[in-house]
Design a protein around this ligand. Structure first.
Ligand code: UDP
Ligand code: MG
Length: 219
């Protein structure tokens, strides 16, 4: 009898842990900063060293733009060229789908870096409406640098990125959008004590050293 009980228990312990992982809410870090601040580069480094899945809102939108049969292709294309922010209904669905697909494939992948989102009030509202209670925003990782650094990096990147928005005209609009719409969102999170700021004007390795220190502390 006792053996029977014990063997049942010993099976049950790991299965409880397993079930806890299954019902684990997605843990989200929003990654924000100006265009070219290094969000994508640093997220790639984080993924190499920590158990996070990187979801770039911009990349998801670009993929949707070129997806055959997408009803939003043209709209996304013109918003991106104009440095404007795509209506959140489109972006949030792409993000939600990507998160669900990741967790369906591997229930242990519940940590996400959401890069380049939320960029304005509309984004934030959309997130709250769709994800409030369903995901936990741990903090905002903010890559901070001047507009000059952003512009220089994007123009440099534009030589090989093939991106329709890495040119001076689009960049000016992107910087405007960032300053007018995204900075206030970062300030909002700052007031909640949720922003971890990194000086992003330094080299990739130095910036990553700081990022590591933050992630090691935050878990
Ligand atoms: N974009 C958007 N909503 C988002 C993320 C991106 O509308 O949530 C659009 C917007 O037009 C932006 C462009 O995609 O200027 C490029 O975004 P990305 O994050 O790729 O640029 P980055 O800031 O990394 O240079
Ligand atoms: Mg990016």
């Amino acid at each position: 009898m006792i053996f029977h009980l014990l063997s049942r228990l010993s099976v049950k312990v790991p299965s409880v842990v397993y079930r806890a992982a299954l019902i684990m809410k997605p843990q989200v870090v929003f990654v924000l900063g100006g265009p070219g601040a290094g969000k994508g580069t640093q997220c790639a480094r984080i993924v190499e060293n920590y158990s996070y899945t990187h979801l770039s809102a911009g990349d998801l939108l670009r993929a949707e733009r070129s997806r055959e049969g997408s009803e939003f292709g043209q709209l996304i294309d013109s918003y991106i060229k104009d440095g404007k922010i795509v209506p959140v209904e489109i972006t949030i669905n792409l993000l939600r789908k990507a998160m669900e697909e990741t967790m369906e494939m591997d229930e242990k992948k519940f940590r996400f870096l959401i890069d380049g989102f939320p960029r304005n009030e509309d984004n934030l509202q959309g997130w709250t409406t769709v994800m409030e209670g369903k995901a936990n925003v741990k903090f905002v990782l903010f890559f901070d640098c001047t507009s000059e650094v952003c512009i220089d990096r994007c123009l440099e990147r534009g030589k090989s990125s093939g991106r329709t928005d890495d040119n001076r005209a689009s960049l000016e609009k992107r910087i405007q959008t960032y300053l007018q719409s995204t900075r206030p969102i970062i300030s909002l999170y700052e007031k909640q004590g949720k922003v971890r700021t990194v000086d992003a004007s330094r080299g990739v390795d130095e910036v990553f050293d700081h990022v590591k220190a933050i992630l090691d502390k935050e878990g």
